[in-house]
Design a protein around this ligand. Structure first.
Ligand code: SF4
Length: 694
């Protein structure tokens, strides 16, 4: 403070990195942000933070930011800087022309989990009411779309069941496919506090994450499964629970569909689903798996936390439903200390999904084919909506290649870097007549854009984010937007230029419309959020103060639904050419593709992605730590340095995906979740060999 000067004013706002949703006191001197101090009254963080939220905000003033709109006729041409007025007129004219010539379904949009609820709501409204199609999707497609499908099917709504504080009442904590200490560090601290108090820990992960053994914490069981076998492991656990008489039948009879339970119980009881038989597939020692299942069923309050190691698989949705089955069969739903909790990677994944960003759903997870719901939106918006679900991101790219999809508006998402099979994404974008990128930086996707609209950072806007515990919190403007407009204003101006009569004066008015149209948000307003700090949806007549815990007296869908989830091996197979399995994850100081954190001092802690490889696999290939290696799959190849470590098992390699030089998605495949098309990022058959460097 001495060096930078005493702060003159402060604004309370919400972190724009992960789904924990820490709140901060942004301290300002003039128009200069001088520091971010974790806010003591923040309900998600209670005065704590991590190195991303606290220090990695310098990208907001980075020289790479684009602050003026740009257009060009073809991607071979240089950009031409234009006024906002010209950019809006040009964009709207091109969209209207393509719509007139090829029909509404030739247009679509992508919303971002980085943006506010209000911005996201407007993008999907622009697509549905302005473009006239349901071709809207969100970057949650590539992370938590299986959570949407799996929890809606089994419980009736697509959200985590607990608040973060609930973990302090857990006796057994099961972490599967998540690495909270790196990816959700502030919540991980709370979890670790409970573990130090004596709660038992089960970790299901191919990699020995830090949580398995850290100061004063030792997991009771670590099940280092073969990547891609989550469903087999969870089915084997269910087998033990049912066949050893450990199911909570009283809970199941009262709260779940008993006939469906019996069908499911017969399925999991089959000897072919025993840990001993499935060990050949999962590579998890049967005795260890049996002990873990017994502990979860009999150890008291059991809570399940999961991440992208569950969802980003060809059986992502099946795994989410298998987790829900496990919670229901042990009676671990509907009170503190239990539940099923997806740890959301991005700040507003929950909100982006809540706001109607999926092509088949309007806000509040209501299907577009529902006449009454559609009628409500049509009445308020004054348009007729397409009753057919629209295209998902991969389908938009496919349709671009056959000429039926022509124009896309992408807000706050770099699909070229973050979506699988980079070559396919590039080909799809290249085939489109109009690509509109609305972002902070000229990202990789912008190489294929015809219109670039500069975006605003979370420090430059008002709105709300919804964190992983369904907590809606205000994002307050700390400084004026470098480009002169907040992102919601940019979307509104495109709509107006296309001929729509939109007249929002402030994001609070957008939230009022969301509340009017979305029963789970009926009681939410900026005024209440300002007074009360936060609200956890559902907030309505039945729950006027919000809902820290869900499914307390009954599931949202009525009776909990057991779903038979048969293990189906992925089509991605190892073989003589590609004998190792690659899986991926995050590191504490960096964030996703690094667009923000790489433009801050956090690169001091992590300036390149490394390939973790087991000593045996490394020795067989003559590889030492620090050596350059070639990582090749059936899809492509890249080069990075090796780190020889026993954190990964023999046959498994691991890397992070924060630096563009790594191009991790050049090697990932096109396989995806059967229900949602969420890419199978977590299983890629690869070969690793020595290299001289890139
Ligand atoms: Fe909190 Fe997540 Fe931001 Fe870290 S990145 S400060 S844990 S919200």
């Amino acid at each position: 403070v001495k060096e930078i000067g005493k702060p003159e004013r402060a604004v309370i706002t919400t972190c724009a990195y992960c789904g924990v949703g820490c709140t901060f006191r942004a301290e300002m001197r003039g128009e200069q942000l001088v520091r971010m101090v974790p806010w003591k009254d923040g309900k998600a963080n209670r005065g704590h933070s991590c190195v991303k939220g606290r220090f990695a905000w310098g990208y907001a003033n980075h020289q790479d930011r684009i602050t003026e709109p740009m257009i060009r006729d073809s991607i071979e041409e240089p950009w031409r800087v234009v006024s906002w007025a010209e950019a809006f007129a040009h964009t709207a004219a091109r969209l209207n022309a393509i719509k007139a010539q090829h029909g509404p379904r030739a247009l679509g949009g992508i919303t971002s989990s980085r943006c506010t609820n209000e911005e996201t709501f407007l993008v999907q409204k622009l697509v549905r009411a302005g473009f006239g199609s349901n071709n809207v999707d969100t970057c949650a497609r590539v992370c938590h779309s299986p959570t949407g499908y799996g929890l809606k099917t089994t419980f009736g709504t697509s959200a985590g069941t607990q608040d973060f504080d609930s973990v302090m009442d857990s006796d057994v904590i099961l972490v599967i496919g998540a690495n909270p200490t790196d990816a959700h560090p502030v919540f991980a601290s709370r979890m670790k506090r409970r573990l130090r108090q004596g709660a038992k820990l089960i970790v299901i992960d191919p990699r020995r994450i830090d949580l398995v053994r850290s100061p004063h914490i030792q997991a009771a069981h670590h099940l280092p499964l073969q990547p891609g076998t989550n469903v087999a492991v969870l089915t084997a656990m269910a087998h033990v629970i049912v066949t050893e008489g450990l199911a909570d039948e009283a809970f199941i009879r009262e709260r779940c569909d008993w006939d469906e339970y019996q069908d499911w119980a017969r399925f999991v009881s089959d000897e072919k689903h025993s840990p001993e038989v499935l060990e050949a597939v999962t590579r998890v020692p049967a005795a260890e798996l049996r002990a873990a299942a017994r502990l979860f069923a009999t150890g008291g309050n059991g809570a399940i936390y999961y991440g992208l190691g569950v969802t980003e698989h060809s059986q992502g949705s099946s795994t989410v439903m298998a987790i829900a089955n496990l919670a229901m069969v042990t009676g671990n739903i509907g009170r503190r200390g239990v539940g099923v909790n997806p740890l959301r990677g991005q700040n507003n994944v929950q909100g982006a999904c809540d706001m109607g960003s999926f092509p088949h759903e309007l806000s509040g997870y209501r299907h577009i084919s529902d006449v009454a719901t559609r009628g409500l939106f049509e009445q308020v918006w004054g348009v007729t909506l397409d009753p057919e679900p629209g295209l998902r991101i991969p389908n938009m790219l496919d349709a671009a290649l056959d000429g039926s999809f022509r124009a896309i508006y992408i807000q706050g998402e770099d699909i070229l870097q973050s979506d699988p099979n980079t070559h396919h994404v590039a080909a799809g974008l290249k085939a489109m007549e109009l690509v509109i990128v609305h972002d902070l930086f000229l990202n990789e996707t912008a190489n294929y854009a015809h219109v670039f609209l500069p975006g605003s950072t979370f420090l430059e806007k008002n709105g709300t984010f919804t964190n992983a515990e369904r907590r809606i919190q205000l994002v307050r403007k700390v400084m004026e937007p470098a480009n002169g407009l907040e992102d919601w204003e940019v979307t509104q101006e495109i709509a107006r230029a296309m001929g729509l009569e939109w007249n929002y004066a402030h994001p609070s008015e957008i939230m009022d419309e969301i509340a009017r149209l979305t029963p789970t948000f009926a009681g939410v307003s900026f005024g209440r959020l300002d007074r009360e700090g936060s609200l956890q949806w559902p907030v309505n007549d039945k729950a006027p103060d919000g809902s820290p815990i869900m499914h307390v007296d009954g599931f949202v869908r009525g009776k909990g639904k057991f779903v038979v989830t048969d293990y189906v091996p992925t089509d991605e197979k190892t073989g003589p050419r590609f004998p190792l399995l690659l899986t991926t994850g995050r590191i504490l100081s960096q964030y996703n593709v690094g667009a923000q954190t790489r433009r801050t001092a956090n690169t001091v802690w992590h300036d390149e992605d490394l390939l973790e490889i087991h000593p045996t696999d490394a020795e067989n290939r003559g590889i030492k730590s620090g050596d350059w290696v070639r990582l090749a799959s059936r899809t492509g190849e890249t080069t990075l340095r090796a780190e020889v470590t026993e954190r990964v098992a023999p046959g498994v390699v691991y890397t992070t995906f924060h630096h563009p030089a790594t191009q991790a998605n050049v090697v990932t495949t096109e396989f995806s979740d059967w229900a949602t098309n969420c890419p199978e990022y977590k299983v890629t058959a690869v070969q690793v060999s020595p290299s001289n460097g890139p």
